[in-house]
Design a protein around this ligand. Structure first.
Ligand code: FO1
Length: 339
């Protein structure tokens, strides 16, 4: 839990907000946040535990899903890649007997080729990502959780699997026994990221409704980030990726279950214990959360984000709840030491 809150922020008109996100689930809320905030106010820390080198190309799926979603270039049906994509490259790869399980569209390919070339030229991933955000006028800052490689690895009934091998090639079918974030202990956040999180001008920090195990916790595993969040001046608000025992998208519920956890919003909230000041769950899950007697501020909302209006509504709810967290906890101990 945060040691203290800042006093100077205005949650009715937030100007500096940080979000942590994985792929499409988190990106939907990131878009809502961007829409209701003034231009440039949003920084999204992206999971890079899903990154891998495929056919010699550095692919950063969650960064790209965020870029495409925030610019409206995204393929909304698939939840990854670009809308109106063409597939000549993949067809040619297949004709040559190449690997076709991971699909790189023609437009998307440009992203991976440019990123790979710039990384090979010595630029860090954060700089390459910042250039992409500028070029595509993303209207928000996207920062990878680290410039060093961190790779999510899953021990399954089929042995140790790299993330995309598990997630895409095997369609998340293997039973998962253990998850590690290889390289996390040796990694560091990009320069300035922890200082940004700690800043007393930050209005709110949002943990988006992403899978805690494979999207948020890889970010928290990068040394310095968890500590910066736990002592941040701004209230930290998480939004549940689970509604009534089901993941909105993807294998979150299946993975929680296989690892011995109840696949519900309470498990997600408990995984963030010590970090969050408020938790937003679906209205149908609130009674079960209240029964836990946690001192985290709870809010029930329709968190299924189908339309852009839904995403903006949930984003506004985040700021309202952040305000409540500040009001409830922002006395005596929370303000002690703040000049
Ligand atoms: N997901 C798939 O299910 N199948 C694919 O062929 C696929 C290709 C792909 C290419 C580029 C990219 O940035 C993402 C891609 N994804 C694909 C999505 C991605 O693997 C996952 O959704 C994320 O890693 C989980 O957040």
């Amino acid at each position: 839990m945060n040691a203290r809150f800042n006093k100077e922020v205005d949650l009715a008109a937030p100007r500096k907000v940080i979000a942590l996100s994985g792929g499409i689930g988190g990106a939907k809320l990131a878009l809502g946040l961007k829409q209701v905030l003034p231009g440039g106010a949003l920084t999204v820390i992206a999971n890079t535990g899903d990154d891998f080198v495929h056919m010699g190309l550095h692919v950063s799926p969650d960064i790209d899903t965020l870029v495409y979603t925030l610019t409206g270039l995204n393929n909304a049906q698939a939840g990854w890649g670009r809308a109106g994509e063409t597939w000549s490259f993949m067809a040619a790869v297949e004709a040559l007997g190449g690997e076709a399980w991971f699909k790189l569209g023609d437009g998307d390919l440009a992203m991976h080729v440019l990123r790979t070339a710039r990384l090979a030229g010595g630029e860090p991933l954060s700089a390459v990502t910042a250039e992409v955000c500028r070029a595509l006028d993303v209207g928000a800052t996207i920062v990878p959780m680290s410039d060093q490689p961190v790779r999510t690895m899953l021990r399954s009934d089929e042995g140790w699997l790299e993330f995309q091998d598990y997630f895409v090639r095997r369609q998340a079918a293997p039973v998962v026994h253990e998850i590690i974030y290889e390289g996390a202990a040796e990694a560091a956040p990009p320069p300035g990221l922890c200082e940004l999180i700690a800043g007393d001008d930050v209005d709110a920090i949002v943990i988006c409704p992403s899978n805690p195990l494979i999207s948020v916790e890889p970010i928290l595993a990068v040394p310095g980030i968890r500590g910066a969040l736990a002592t941040a001046c701004a209230p930290v608000v998480a939004v549940s990726p689970i509604i009534a025992g089901r993941a909105v998208k993807g294998p979150t519920a299946k993975m929680l279950h296989e690892l011995g956890f109840a696949a519900d919003a309470a498990t997600v909230m408990q995984r963030y214990a010590g970090l969050i000041d408020a938790f937003i769950a679906d209205t149908s899950d609130i009674a079960a959360l209240e029964a836990l007697g946690s001192d985290v501020v709870l809010a029930g909302e329709d968190i299924m984000m189908t339309t852009l209006a839904d995403r903006e509504r949930v984003a506004r709810c985040v700021f309202e709840v952040a305000g409540k967290a500040r009001a409830r906890k922002g006395t005596a101990d929370r303000f002690s030491g703040v000049a």
